[in-house]
Design a protein around this ligand. Structure first.
Ligand SMILES: C=C(O[C@@H]1C=C(C(=O)O)C=C[C@H]1O)C(=O)O
Length: 435
């Protein structure tokens, strides 16, 4: 690509989230990203694409190089707000193409042609184009389309016909084997995941999923990545990083217990989690490892001494926000950090080896960094858990749990079953208006 990439900003009044989600069906590539505290991003169509884990180098270095290259081509047309690259890394580089993940196996990033950024009720469209002469018309046509997306409603429902937890016995054996290995070697923690297959009557429409995600998971990230016929969706509570020039915010999230049916039962369960030595130890590994990595890159690190409880609809976790201040190289820091011991384990390399050995599927985007990065290296990435991949009338959901010396296989099965719930409930009995 030798051509320049022009970009233009158009501020506009407002648009409903539902209309933006409806627009996804008109494009083969789209990305929706709702952060509980950051920017909301809606991206459609692409100017340039990269599969990070398919390059012959570290996937974070590959994205950094691609981003640099794109930056050298950017040409603002009276624009203050930069375009952003959006999408997902893969859990690890060089994953073997899998039937489930198909072309998303090794991650997928793109520079959107149309990027809607919503921040504190300000709506901006950032349009990218190779042609200077037509960019204004392209933006206008996009906004017109957005304003006229058909929201007429007809009754609609989609029902699950089958759910199947895959290879449960084998997974329990893997947990037992891993626990033994942890007791016998210097391995301390390994996060093992399993999968749930779901079949339903019809193919899902994106806006249906998005509405259900919004209705059922109000305080998590909400993420949707569409590439042709594959849809990745996530209701993750876990931030990998929110970053700007000299600030890097991350979290240590680990340790899980169910929500209670009453306020007092819920508080009781929370207390049990926060005073439980196994879970506190598991989460402390994550706090220590992340803090060490940030310090090693020269950041000044701050975090509260003790975790607090993060309560989502289906589960509660131990949570410590961690902030690093100072200068840093974004992509090399992300490469050091991912996967944190919340998703990989400790020591990282040995844990990844064990994951590779015992997990019967490719993680694809499960647990991978997913989000948006501006050309000034500000942005936000979440950890792609509480997630699944949908294609036609099938979905594969994923859930993992931290295995430590004291882990009991049956309890880990129950914990991962709870972690399937956020996305399972999105797919379950969807019944609302549909064109
Ligand atoms: C791996 C998952 O969750 C991670 C593991 C947790 C745990 O072991 O308690 C808690 C939160 C997440 O960091 C998942 O939801 O699939």
């Amino acid at each position: 690509m030798t051509k320049k990439i022009y970009y233009l900003n158009t501020a506009f009044e407002s648009v409903s989230e539902y209309n933006l989600a409806l627009l996804v069906q008109k494009y083969s590539i789209a990305f929706l990203f709702h952060s509980p505290t950051g920017q909301n991003i809606y991206a459609f169509d692409s100017i340039s694409q990269l599969k990070p884990g398919e390059q012959n180098e570290n996937q974070f270095t590959a994205v950094a190089k691609w981003q640099n290259y794109l930056f050298s081509k950017l040409e603002p047309l009276n624009a203050q707000i930069l375009p952003q690259i959006v999408g997902s890394f893969s859990f690890t580089s060089g994953q073997q193409n899998s039937e489930i993940w198909e072309s998303l196996t090794n991650g997928f990033f793109f520079l959107p042609k149309f990027l809607v950024i919503v921040e504190k009720k300000n709506f901006t469209l950032v349009t990218c184009s190779f042609t200077k002469n037509t960019i204004i018309q392209e933006s206008t046509a996009f906004l017109r389309l957005l304003g006229t997306v058909d929201t007429k409603k007809k009754p609609y429902s989609n029902l699950i016909t089958k759910t199947e937890e895959l290879a449960v016995t084998k997974w329990k054996d893997a947990v037992a084997e891993t626990t033994k290995l942890i007791k016998e070697t210097n391995l301390k923690k390994v996060v093992l995941a399993r999968s749930l297959k779901v079949e339903f009557i019809h193919e899902f429409k994106v806006h249906t999923l998005w509405k259900k995600l919004k209705d059922t998971q109000p305080n998590t990230y909400r993420i949707l990545l569409k590439q042709n016929t594959s849809l990745f969706i996530s209701a993750t509570p876990e931030r990998l990083a929110k970053f700007s020039a000299n600030q890097f915010e991350t979290v240590a999230l680990a340790g899980t217990i169910k929500r209670g049916d009453t306020l007092s039962e819920d508080a009781e369960l929370g207390k049990k989690l926060i005073t439980d030595p196994k879970n506190r130890g598991e989460q402390q590994f994550v706090v220590n490892t992340i803090s060490e990595i940030l310090k090693k890159t020269g950041l000044i690190v701050n975090h509260p001494q003790n975790p607090i409880l993060l309560k989502n609809k289906n589960v509660q976790h131990l949570y410590t926000p961690i902030t690093g201040m100072g200068f840093y190289n974004l992509f090399s820091l992300l490469g050091e950090l991912h996967p944190t011991p919340a998703l990989g384990g400790l020591p990282k390399a040995d844990a990844l080896k064990q994951i590779n050995k015992v997990e019967p599927f490719i993680r694809g985007l499960f647990g991978a960094p997913v989000g948006h990065i501006s050309f000034d290296n500000s942005g936000e990435l979440a950890v792609g858990i509480r997630s699944g991949i949908l294609k036609a009338n099938k979905a594969f959901l994923f859930a993992g749990a931290g295995i430590v010396a004291g882990s009991i296989p049956e309890n880990e099965v129950k914990e991962t079953r709870m972690k399937f719930q956020p996305i399972l409930q999105v797919l379950e009995g969807v019944s609302h208006s549909e064109k």
